[in-house]
Structure formats: C-alpha cells, structure tokens
Design a protein around this ligand. Structure first.
Ligand SMILES: Cc1cc2nc3c(=O)[nH]c(=O)nc-3n(C[C@H](O)[C@H](O)[C@H](O)COP(=O)(O)O)c2cc1C
Length: 319
C-alpha cells in the first residue's frame, strides 16, 4: 500500500479537515507550511453570505490564489458530492467550483458525501488526488469510493464536530472496520485532539489522521475570539444534540434547539432552522450566541488552549 505522505506529498500523514467558514488561506497555508495538508472549505476566508454559484466560485478562486502566495506546499479544497441521482452539470455550485479548481491546477480534492462516479472521473481526468470521506461511513460507501478511484479514504466516528454521521458509531469501531474493508489507506477522523488520539488512530490501523475541531483553536483559525473563549471554558457536560445532524456547545439558541430535539427527536425542521440562521457562521465566525450554534467535537475538555498551527502540528505528530 502506498504511504499517505507519498500520496499527499506532505511531511506528515495529517489533513486539516475542511470546515466551511472556519477555514481561510491563512489557516490552510499555515497547516501546509507546518507539514500537513491544509484544506479550504466552502466559504473559506469569507464573512458575507452569497447564494450565487458564480460569485461563490470566484471567491474560492481568490482564496486559492491567496494560499498560493502564502505557501509553495500542497493544499486541497473541499467538494461536497451532488446527490447520486444528479449529474455534476446539474449541480451548479459543484460544477463551477470544479471549473475554478481545474483552472488553478488544484491537485488535492477532499470529496465529502456519497461516492459519485461522474465526479470522481472528472477529478481523475484532471490528475487530481481524491480523499474520499463518506459522510456516513458504511462499508458499502467505502468500497464504492475505492472502486470509483479514491486514493485515500476517511473513516469518521460520531465524536466529530460538524455534521455528524447518520449512524451513531464511535471512532474506535468505525476506524478498524473501515481499515479492514478497503485496500487504500484510511485516515481516522472524529475526536482526535492531541497526540494520544493520534497514537490511538495508528493503533487502530489508520495510516494517518484527519483533524477538524482542534485546528479551530489556533491563532491562525478565523473562528471568533468569543467562540474560542467559549470552547476553552466548555466541558462535554454542556454539549447538546441540537438537531438530527448537529451538536453544539451550550449557547442561548442551542438550549432552545436542544429542548425541541429532546421533546421531538429526529426533527428535520431543526436542521432547517439552523441553516436558515446561517449554520455555523453566526455562532462560530461572528461570535453571536443568540442566533448561532458552536459545533465542535465531543473532546471539548481537551480543547482548552489556543496555540499556533506550527506548535499544534508538532505536538500532534512529533511524539
Ligand atoms: C465547525 C465545523 C464545520 C465543518 N464544516 C465542514 C464542511 O464545510 N465540509 C466538510 O466536508 N466537513 C465539515 N466539517 C467536518 C470536518 O471536515 C471533519 O470531518 C471533522 O471536523 C473531524 O472531526 P473532529 O472535529 O473531531 O476533528 C466541519 C466540522 C466543524 C467542526
């Protein structure tokens, strides 16, 4: 099996997971300069909302150019897969983002969702490397991703921050199961916040790690100071399930959602309400806890310092 560092052309088998608004050229370049693979998420580096696919792609192109000014090391972008019954051409956000990525000669594509043959083929035609993360890591999805040409797979346990997998399986069961299911290297994701988590990932058979929440607590991350302070003083005693697909640290709006989710579980309307308020943007990027949630992994007690990316990567990977 090819080594992850050879596939990614990085010093460490480490990917900074894409986290929409909470990523930026500055964060991504810092991760790549520190020896991992930085990845731009959707809306990376932005503060204002646009629903126009052209404008979204243009903004991404400008952020890609910024990363190139800050590093000569490899970095990637995040592509969310179209629904399996829709073609790439029909999905304007994906199509236009891909066009920009190909113009900018992006090599690393973190593809998240469900395996999509046409999308995988397009990336391969442009010599792209596919890091595939099924949103819900089933054995079928992992194998389909491998069959369609993924170079690396990501196995995510439900400890993760962001949109949580549909089945509630923890990182300790998901990682070895996925490692045994495919012949491509598997990265572990979900709740990895320090060198103990990294060591555990390798012990479970992963060939590397894919880390999101921990990178939010860095000097370079665009998360607001208010949200960084809230995360620092939070404990997993005050993490709530706020919708079928999300958790949040206690904020005033999170308490309200949590009560509704408790009384009426699996209520998709709560996801719609969170999205209509702008998802993670108000709470995390702007620090407005009256309208926003703060989505972070379950290991929040360990996330109690804000450090430089360089120091973090060193503490995670050189032990
Ligand atoms: C605030 C936040 C936003 C996220 N946004 C995205 C996203 O835009 N695209 C995506 O593929 N995953 C997104 N994720 C999931 C991460 O890419 C990754 O799977 C997760 O953070 C890994 O688990 P960890 O947070 O325990 O390290 C997000 C996660 C967080 C915490």
């Amino acid at each position: 099996m090819k080594k992850v560092t050879d596939i990614l052309n990085t010093q460490y088998p480490l990917i900074q997971a894409p986290m929409s608004w909470l990523t930026s050229a500055k964060l991504v370049a810092a991760v790549s300069n520190a020896g991992g693979l930085g990845v731009l998420g959707p809306n990376a580096g932005q503060t204002t909302v646009t629903r126009d696919p052209d404008e979204t792609a243009k903004r991404m192109q400008s952020e890609i150019k910024k990363v190139k000014r800050l590093t000569t090391k490899p970095f990637g972008i995040n592509i969310l897969t179209p629904k399996t019954d829709r073609s790439v051409a029909e999905t304007r956000f994906t199509r236009e983002l891909l066009d920009v990525a190909f113009i900018e000669e992006i090599k690393y594509f973190v593809v998240v969702g469900t395996a999509h043959q046409e999308l995988f083929n397009l990336i391969k035609e442009h010599d792209g490397v596919i890091i595939f993360r099924p949103l819900t890591p089933t054995i079928d999805q992992m194998r389909l991703g491998e069959k369609y040409g993924a170079d690396v797979a990501v196995a995510t346990g439900s400890d993760e921050g962001g949109v949580i997998p549909e089945q509630d399986f923890g990182t300790f069961t998901v990682v070895p199961t996925m490692v045994d299911s495919v012949d491509i290297p598997v990265l572990a994701a979900g709740g990895i916040n320090d060198h103990r988590g990294v060591k555990a990932a390798f012990a479970l058979g992963a060939q590397g790690v894919y880390i999101g929440s921990r990178f939010l607590m860095t000097d370079e991350a665009p998360m607001s100071d208010q949200a960084k302070e809230l995360v620092k003083k939070s404990s997993y005693d005050n993490i709530y399930r706020v919708s079928p697909t999300q958790r949040s640290i206690k904020t005033s709006i999170a308490e309200k959602y949590a009560k509704e989710e408790y009384l009426n579980p699996h209520n998709n309307d709560l996801d719609k309400q969170i999205n209509s308020h702008g998802g993670v943007r108000p709470g995390m990027l702007l620090g407005d806890f009256n309208t926003g949630i703060v989505s972070i992994n379950n290991g929040v007690d360990i996330l109690n310092t804000v450090v430089s990316v360089k120091k973090l990567v060193h503490s995670l990977m050189d032990y």
